[in-house]
Design a protein around this ligand. Structure first.
Ligand code: SF4
Length: 242
């Protein structure tokens, strides 16, 4: 699989999926305000931000600046902030927590154990996301079923969390995503051109090779079933959709 193909063929039923996605976004904005879109600035998220703007839905975009993002991600964030019609809200980890964690465990702690990696994700992503979602009735993500086995059952609307979670692209294929980006001239993350289909923090993201899974470039040193950052794993004990 190539990471990117601006001429990718969409699914035969792409137009129907696009209409349903638009309807879902309109309904979410009308019935679930206040809500936000959580964006990693990857391909799927840029599609959703573009779609919402086209529909004139001023859904705030939430971006988690973990402190370890690629320079290309920060550049794209700057461009988005300058051009977006909806507010772009950037959340950062609590600096004191980061300083203590790095002093105690080292800056490469994420490679030593799944527990340390998850601790790093918790303080840099999960806790800031919980702050970003405070007071929101719903949130929108770019999760797709095709991304991994763990996401194969992702519903369009997930009401099982403390707040409703919309996954409007759940049924979209990689070809659908790139067809939309190419057809609409969407500004996208340049690392996609270097075979990064999934983009996160710099220490935990690498390019993939032909034939590898979409998520193979994330936490590649871990077992497959450990590979989530916690943002999309329910953690009711904390009362937040972590
Ligand atoms: Fe830390 Fe890596 Fe998780 Fe980013 S993806 S928060 S660097 S463990």
């Amino acid at each position: 699989m190539g990471a990117i193909d601006l001429h990718a063929r969409p699914s035969p039923d792409f137009e129907r999926k696009l209409r349903e996605t638009e309807e879902l976004l309109v309904r979410a904005a009308a019935e679930f305000s206040p809500l936000v879109q959580a964006s990693s600035l990857g391909a799927e998220d840029t599609v959703l931000t573009h779609l919402a703007a086209q529909l004139e839905l001023d859904i705030p975009v939430v971006v988690l600046d973990t402190g370890l993002l690629h320079p290309e991600t920060l550049d794209l964030l700057e461009r988005l902030t300058a051009t977006s019609r909806a507010p772009v809200r950037v959340y950062q980890p609590v600096q004191e927590s980061v300083v203590h964690f790095v002093a105690r465990e080292g800056k490469d702690a994420m490679y030593r154990s799944v527990e340390l990696r998850k601790s790093c994700c918790h303080l840099r992503k999960v806790e800031p996301l919980a702050r970003a979602l405070e007071g929101q009735r719903a949130w929108i993500t770019g999760l797709r079923r095709e991304q991994s086995a763990a996401r194969a059952e992702v519903p369009l609307v997930d009401r099982s969390e403390p707040r409703t979670k919309f996954n409007p692209l759940a049924a979209w294929t990689w070809g659908d995503v790139w067809h939309y980006i190419g057809a609409n001239g969407v500004d996208y993350h340049p690392l996609h051109d270097q075979f990064f289909p999934s983009i996160g923090c710099a220490p935990c993201t690498r390019a993939i090779s032909l034939g590898e899974d979409f998520r193979a470039g994330r936490w590649w040193w871990e077992e497959e079933n450990a590979k989530e950052c916690g943002l999309h794993v329910k953690d009711e004990s904390q009362g937040v959709p972590a």
